[in-house]
Ligand binder design. Structure first.
Ligand SMILES: *Cc1c(COP(=O)(O)O)cnc(C)c1O
Length: 224
């Protein structure tokens, strides 16, 4: 199967109002260009160095999503161009993004990453932490970021019941924040193995890698 046919197959399963981010981490520019030539413009990377290298060498109308765990000392490299940073999981990190966005003279769109899985290893905020950060955003403490929505990763399990429970929990939080705190529009949840379920549970942005580009050749397909 080629990247183009994989991409078309995934797009066929996705309603037009759902954004597909093609997760191109570890994959070469040729693969990305194949999807680009088929008309795709949203791509996701989880390593700052790779994202910067790909941004510099690929067409400038690509919308680059940073989906990994972002270290404070690397924020400055991606803020000048990142379309959306998905993994904001601390106030300290948000503060740094705000500062760098100010320097870069732009407003940086971001998502807050919410911890929804049962695994110990995943990053993210709990409800109270997210609430506190959104309060500060509302108060104008971070004028150079724009809160677009929430992102989450479900437990890596075969149990659809468990995954659906986690996705629905995040959707409820999204609805609550949207109603009572600030208008937000993006709910980023769902990967190759669970994107259809995520959409059923209310996702409107899915991050799909291996279903489009094939399996990756390294341990730890979540990228951590
Ligand atoms: C790698 C990755 C994906 C894509 O994973 P696939 O299972 O290959 O679709 C999605 N989201 C995040 C945060 C990732 O690191």
């Amino acid at each position: 199967m080629s990247v183009t046919s994989n991409l078309k197959a995934v797009l066929k399963n996705i309603p037009s109002e759902v954004t597909l981010v093609a997760v191109s981490k570890t994959k070469p520019n040729e693969d990305i260009l194949e999807a680009y030539d088929a008309g795709h413009r949203h791509f996701g990377e989880n390593k700052v160095q790779d994202l910067v290298a790909k941004y510099e060498t690929l067409p400038k109308d690509i919308n680059w999503h940073f989906i990994g765990h972002l270290q404070t000392n690397k924020v400055k490299y991606i803020v000048p161009f990142a379309h959306l940073i998905h993994g904001i999981d601390s106030e300290k990190l948000l503060k740094e993004v705000n500062k760098r966005a100010k320097n870069a003279n732009r407003i940086q769109p971001i998502l807050l990453q919410i911890y929804i899985a049962e695994e110990e290893s995943k990053f993210g905020l709990d409800r109270a932490e997210a609430f506190a950060i959104i309060e500060k955003i509302k108060n104008g403490d971070f004028p150079f970021i724009q809160l677009k929505g929430l992102m989450g990763m479900a437990t890596n399990t075969d149990s659809e019941v468990q995954v659906a429970k986690e996705f629905k929990g995040l959707k409820n939080l999204f609805d609550e924040f949207n109603k009572t705190m600030l208008p937000i529009s993006v709910l980023s949840m769902g990967m190759s193995g669970d994107y259809a379920l995520a959409i059923e549970c209310g996702s409107n942005l899915v991050r799909v890698g291996s279903k489009i580009f094939g399996e990756r050749n390294y341990e730890g397909s979540k990228g951590y």
